[in-house]
Design a protein around this ligand. Sequence first.
Ligand code: NAP
Length: 322
Amino acid sequence: MRAVRFEKTGGPEVLEVVEVDTPEPKAGQVRVRHEAIGLNFIDTYHRTGLYPVKLPCIPGGEAAGVVEAVGDGVTRLKAGDRIAYTGGFGAYAEANVVQADRAVKLPEGIDTRTAAAILLKGMTTEALIRRTYPVKAGDTVLVHAAVGGVGQIMTQWLKALGAEVIATVGSEAKAAKARELGADHVILYRDQGVAAEVRRITGGKGVPVAYDAVGKDTFEGTLSSLARRGLFVSFGNASGPVPPFPPARLAAGGSLYLTRPTLFDYIVTPEELDASAAAVFEVVMSGKVKIEIGQTFTLTDARKAHEALEGRATVGASLLIP
Ligand SMILES: NC(=O)c1ccc[n+]([C@@H]2O[C@H](COP(=O)([O-])OP(=O)(O)OC[C@H]3O[C@@H](n4cnc5c(N)ncnc54)[C@H](OP(=O)(O)O)[C@@H]3O)[C@@H](O)[C@H]2O)c1
């Protein structure tokens, strides 16, 4: 089968199209024939070496398709099931083997392209806005990169919960999109000071919770946007990792909290995985969260896809099609 692989870490040019043996499922695993592969910022962290991986590496931790072979002892899935999965590696390929208890069956109302666009990004949103900090109606929430893959889902889901959303975006065109998604206030964070704008919007109070996956470039602004005892949810590094900082900075900011969550600590058991996925499918099928597949690339164009994602040239979710 065809796959995209890197043998050394580096820029998008290290991604090579290769022919590899189609893997056979071991006990507890299934093989899924991919119809759509989810592109995620974490794939770039693996490629650059920011998050260390074993080399050579077929990147990608999210895809959707049809089960075509089943290993011993699998009862959760059977051949022909439409599924999506997230976690591990090997998604940048025509097929992959995955642990059956790490995959979810797709409901009728969710096609495989939508599934590959929402499983990882949607479950991340679900965990962050319902469990890391249970957002309630009336909360004012700061969301960075609000028209990105995760950002679009988060902005709309927060609005569905009755929150007031302060969105940040990198361009005027993205600002218009953020408003379309329901954001109440939009900050162009490349030109405007985030904390000053947030203080102005909130009458000086600041926000009780801020979701920041931009990392290095937004860290100070996010910290300074929080209300007393507010929660900083730092969940990514699109602009680079946050440098170390002294805990006393949290005291100076008003007895703040900071958490650095990763989705996989919120979908540990099959029950947690199924519940999170079900909540995502439900909010999408209800129409409360609309999914924009902003761009699709062929699998063999994975380099271009990485360039676009890192170049801030994408909106919404991106897919690789095998
Ligand atoms: N912790 C977890 O479990 C978890 C799970 C999923 C995703 N994440 C994180 O969530 C974030 C969003 O992921 P995604 O896949 O949906 O990506 P994405 O938001 O579609 O793309 C990243 C966006 O970040 C913004 N950005 C700001 N500074 C940037 C820079 N220097 N370089 C590149 N982009 C920059 C850009 O939007 P603007 O042009 O509007 O600035 C860009 O479009 C990533 O940081 C990812 O690692 C974390």
